[in-house]
Each structure stands twice: as C-alpha cells, then as structure tokens.
Design a protein around this ligand. Structure first.
Ligand code: SF4
Length: 278
C-alpha cells in the first residue's frame, strides 16, 4: 500500500495540508466561494484540532500548511496557531489584509524568523474597479498593509482573481504588476487565477465551472469534513457544497489522507488537465 509520503513524492497528493480556520469575514466579495460575510456561521476548526492534524501531517510526509477561510485573521488565536504550524513547516495564510490594526500587527512579532507567507487578494491596479467586487476602501487598506507585513519579516504573495486570466487586459495586468513590484512583491509571488463558479459566483456567467479533476488533490480539513482541494468546501445558497467532500472523518488524519489517495489514484485525468491555480 502506498504511503502518504510516497503519494506526495509521486505527485498523486499535494504536499500542502490545508485548513479552513473559519468561514466568517469582514467583507462580502461578489465572487466569494464561501459566501463569507460578518454574520455567517463561523464553522471554526478548534486550535487543538488544527495543531494535532499538523503534527500528524508532518509525520506522514506533508511539507507545508495552508490556512484559509473566511478571513483567518479575524480569529483571536490565529497568530498563535500560525506560530505553532510554522515551527513545523512553511505556512501560507490566505487573507484579505484589511484587518491588520495596530494590535494585530504587534502580535505578528510572534512569527519573527518563521517561514510564514500571507497571500493577499488584489484584483486591479485602480481602487474604484478593484473595490467594485471587494467593497469600498479595500484597495487602500491592502496597499497600506503590504509594506507593514514585509517590514515585519512576513512574506507576501499577491493573488489576483479575474473572470478569465486568458482574456484579462494585458495593459491593466502590467500596471498591476508594476504596483506589486513597487510594494516589494516580486513576480514570482504573484498568482493570477480565474473566478471559480461556486459560492456567490455560481448561477451567473462569471468564471468557470470545475470538477475534481481540475485541481491537484490537496487534502483540506474543515469543521465539516475533509475535501479534495481548498476550492472544495464552498457554500452555495447558505449550504455547504459536498461534491468535493472526501470524508466526514478528519481525525486521525491518515483516514482522510488514505481516502483522498484512493480517489486520486482512480482518476484518469493527467495533470495537464488541471487549472493549476493557487
Ligand atoms: S473572497 Fe475572501 S475576503 Fe472576500 S468575502 Fe470571501 S473570504 Fe472574505
């Protein structure tokens, strides 16, 4: 029987273990996969559950962690969780970067010297167009937060979400790249991805529909179960989408890992069929 470490080495399973820390958010973006907003059910994973899974994951051969939501930094214990995870393996947190007030910035001192990156959403080089989908003032807050994170030794990646990267305006994209470079984020830390037609983006003609074979299998742990990709545990019409659910069992971690390896091994599609988004 193939071990998790072998499956990761063979590219059957992604090396990063993902956690949905919570589903609530201070924003209500129009394309949000999880229909996140301030008042939605939080669906939080407990800190002990996250840390226990991360420790087991390291023994199994996972070499990186990811935390997403919702807005993870709304959790009061998020920085402590990240400090523990990053002491085990490099950790990436997906954030809208609009909640870094003075107190949260001070708390980031706990991450000094640890392999931590924050992936921040920035969609357009112009405030008015950017804020159309993400809300008033979003652009200004993001531009303000990036240098503050970098000053504190936190790595920053920029994630740009557009309807279709193939048809995105190249002039506008170049202006966006000039902007992130000027803020200290190099091209290698800029990802451009399509809107995924799930959550708030479902039902319209924005973005693209997806299925299991479109994504690299990356084990993703949520309060509701384990999914095959961080693009799986979405919420549509107030209900959790379960088409990419692997199992409701998340502990011990080897159970959902084995289940995902089995499903992934049965898939015939090659890696070239995948969207390749992060
Ligand atoms: S896309 Fe991200 S920032 Fe926007 S509402 Fe959803 S979780 Fe919040």
């Amino acid at each position: 029987m193939t071990s998790t470490a072998e499956a990761i080495e063979d590219g059957v399973l992604g090396a990063r273990l993902w956690f949905y820390s919570n589903y609530h958010c201070n924003l209500t973006c129009t394309y949000c996969l999880t229909e996140s907003a301030p008042g939605v059910p939080r669906r939080e994973l407990s800190a002990p559950a996250i840390v226990a899974a991360a420790e087991e994951a390291a023994e199994m051969g996972f070499t990186a962690f990811g935390i997403t939501g919702g807005e993870p930094f709304l959790r009061e214990d998020l920085t402590r969780i990240v400090a523990r995870l990053a002491s085990i393996a490099p950790t990436l947190i997906l954030s809208n970067a609009t909640v870094f007030n003075a107190r949260r910035l001070r708390e980031l001192a706990a991450l000094e010297g640890l392999p931590v990156q924050v992936q921040i959403s920035l969609d357009r080089p112009d405030p008015d167009v950017n804020d159309e989908m993400r809300g008033p003032g979003n652009f200004a807050k993001v531009i303000d937060a990036i240098p503050k994170l970098l000053e504190r030794g936190i790595g920053v990646r920029i994630a740009t979400t557009v309807d279709d990267p193939e048809t995105a305006d190249p002039v506008e994209m170049e202006r966006l790249c000039e902007l992130h470079r000027s803020l200290g984020v190099p091209d290698c830390d800029h990802v451009v991805r399509p809107i995924i037609r799930r959550g708030r983006a479902s039902g319209g003609d924005l973005g693209r529909g997806v299925a299991f074979e479109d994504f690299e299998p990356e084990l993703t742990i949520t309060a509701d179960g384990a999914f095959s990709t961080p693009f799986g545990p979405t919420v549509t019409g107030g209900r959790l989408d379960t088409d990419l659910l692997v199992t409701r069992t998340t502990s011990p971690l080897r159970r959902p890992a084995a289940a995902l390896m089995q499903i992934a091994g049965e898939q015939s599609a090659g890696q070239d069929a995948r969207i390749g988004i992060r």
